[in-house]
Design a protein around this ligand. Sequence first.
Ligand SMILES: CC(C)(COP(=O)(O)OP(=O)(O)OC[C@H]1O[C@@H](n2cnc3c(N)ncnc32)[C@H](O)[C@@H]1OP(=O)(O)O)[C@@H](O)C(=O)NCCC(=O)NCCS
Length: 428
Amino acid sequence: MDYAKALDYAGLHDLPASYAARWAEFQALPAGRLWDNAYLLENQSLFGFSDELTKEILRVRDAVAADEALALLARFFHWVLFVGSKPFLVEKPGALLAEKLGDDKGLFGMIPLIAETARTLTAIDEYRLDRENITGNFKSLNNFANEYKKKNGHWGLDAFSWNCSCVVPYYNKCGHLGFEPISIEYDYTYYYNDKTGSSVVLCGDGISCTGDGLLTSNNCPFPAAFTTKAARGDGWVEGFPIDPLGVALHQTVRLSLDQYRPLIKQWDVLLAFHIPSGPGYTVESTYHSLREAVSFYRRVFPDIDFKGIWCYSWLYTPQLRLLFGPAESEMVKIQRHFYQVPAWRDSGAYTRFVYKTETLEPSTLPRGNRLHRRLAAIIERGGHLTSGGLMLPVSLVDGWMETEYDDTDSLPAFRMSQPYDANDLPTL
Ligand SMILES: CC(C)(COP(=O)(O)OP(=O)(O)OC[C@H]1O[C@@H](n2cnc3c(N)ncnc32)[C@H](O)[C@@H]1OP(=O)(O)O)[C@@H](O)C(=O)NCCC(=O)NCCS
């Protein structure tokens, strides 16, 4: 069967282009079958699915099994996402919505995800992982399906990449934080000078930035002010550096490779962490979690050659530094220990984790605490909230607690470069 025709038939759009090249390899494998209905019924409590959701998934599974092209695609997506390579090395689709299934389109994505849980249950025993923890992740599928139903009136799934993380054995709680391996897609290289102990992250070529050194990606409302340039020669590299506050600088630095060693580069595997809601996110708990994660993944998954730590979160945007000093906020205290980097523009985390509203329309935003008031003031003044990232090489984890990046010069410069008046934000 032709891949493009099968996608057209199923009404599947916006999939990573790299999947097409894997189709022939998959088709050459012995033909498998979709999981059996009895499997889901036996494991229903493990997924936390209601009887209603289980019934709906089984109905869609039967419809898919009866349709040769859909069944082939469901098995292909399971293989390409989880089996054909390590799942954290595979590009994920934004969603897996088979339009051919009408309102059931989102449940199509459940089929490859449920298929993978069978292998994960085996891995839990093989690697002696915390069963409660991993099957707790399975239950997130149920939460996402419920949320989707509430929003869209029918079952489905979005946040597909996150759903993939919920069904593999790689997402594990270490201390206060949850970790999973990812492959870093940003073209940033982390250089380290062993003699002086100084770190410099350089941008690759052609990254488009706004005037304040954040990225223009993802429908950013502000125009590009500069595009990064990079070059390398015999024994040196040159590029636009990133200030540890998390902004790209419009200037060039040259590093001698005699002095600076690259510790992390694009597509390396890093342990990405997630911050749970509720109390407990402190400098001490973060340090403990980082160290525990390094020793856990080294011990349990020695074949994962991770080079460091990563996080993409609203908790790592330099915009928070415009709002609070370290004395006023644990979030900012923690930020100062990390080398932050600009990351995709996305304000979705603020509706989800901060305001718990549908939109960021200022007139409807709660103003109950300082964070709410100060972020709302940014939006009211024409600013655009975004998340940010961080990079921490494995060899610098032990010294994380003693490392603090000085923002005496960079913070006022960042404040000045905002496309709105950011001067009085900390007093609101
Ligand atoms: C991580 C977390 C525990 C930090 O909270 P914290 O320790 O209170 O942080 P700070 O001490 O720096 O708080 C500074 C101010 O921001 C407020 N604040 C912090 N996190 C907030 C949140 N998620 N929503 C609303 N307000 C928040 C605090 O209430 C405080 O304001 P106040 O003194 O006027 O009450 C908290 O943000 C949280 O639970 N977040 C949800 C999980 C999350 O977002 N994970 C990341 C997914 S990308």
